[in-house]
Write a protein that binds this ligand. Sequence first.
Ligand code: NAD
Ligand code: LMR
Length: 333
Amino acid sequence: MFTRIARRAFSTSKVNPYKVTILGAGGGIGQPLSLLLKLNHKVTDLRLYDLKGAPGVAADLSHIPTNSKVSGFTPDNEGLSKALKDADVVLIPAGVPRKPGMTRDDLFSINASIVRDLAKAAGDAAPNANILVISNPVNSTVPIVAETLKKKGVYNPHKLFGVTTLDSIRAARFISEVEGTDPTTEHVNVVGGHSGITIVPLISQTKYKTMDKTTREALIHRIQFGGDEVVKAKDGAGSATLSMAQAGATFANAVLSGLGGERDVIASSYVDSPLYKSEGVEFFASPVTLGPDGISKVHPVGDISSEEEQLLEKAKETLKKNITKGFAFIDKE
Ligand code: NAD
Ligand code: LMR
């Protein structure tokens, strides 16, 4: 499924002590994500922060006999800055999830300020951290974090990531269902952003490029709107949490592998990207190489079909608006 990530996902070749902080650790994503990172041997100091509940999650996880210390924090006693102090990796799943009938953009009015405030705190307490943004709408929250860090003079475009891994894992799963194959062997390059038509799966780059048009269009639609399936099934109780935790832990592991000096660690993410900047698209998801200083290379999308070219053009139009909205939110402060 993840050609390169999977091989490295639980590699034991090298162990470095990393401090990892999860902001929103008491939530639907936060709790299973905390569990998965407690099980990751690369993490030696796991800090869990939420408005409430994180100390309980930390106490629970602390009984698992892996090599990390786990601590829980609330806003009391400067808990946020203590949780963030000198972290190597900060994951942000804090914020509200969708209910049926909502778009991710509908979450902007609440989540924009949550993410901004957490980014401010991260900029102060962990200016060198790799920041992994999960909170939606990712297409806008990532630009919000970038602008917030720029204002503080600590922005490093190589260390800011919008987590789009869930789109990649869905694509692998859904294409395996169509083709009747083992999902763990599938990989689909998914580029663009993280919402509806900004999610562009590149089926032409798989071995199924001759898939018939109707099947392909249905598959692309399912990958683009996979999040809606879960929101609908949860019927008001939120959106994807468990698959997202798996996706977030996989991506965090890839970042940690890069920090630890593993070579050729490549994963897709929504990043400050040179690919379409000249067209006004400042952030874009594509495969990136992860190294000791974060992103060492942003890979182009590669050869794509004319149908995918059209999808990409539409995605870029929406991305521009989502990015501008994020920038404007910070600029008007
Ligand atoms: P949830 O409501 O279950 O949990 C969110 C947690 O954030 C809660 O525990 C809440 O107390 C906490 N929180 C709120 N404000 C906070 C603050 N200022 N500081 C610290 N913690 C704070 O929601 P969830 O299902 O875990 O989803 C969280 C976010 O992740 C949503 O915005 C959702 O849309 C997004 N999401 C993104 C992806 C993706 O692929 N990137 C996938 C699924 C969900
Ligand atoms: C997802 O893709 O599942 C998440 O972005 C959550 C959502 O709102 O769909």
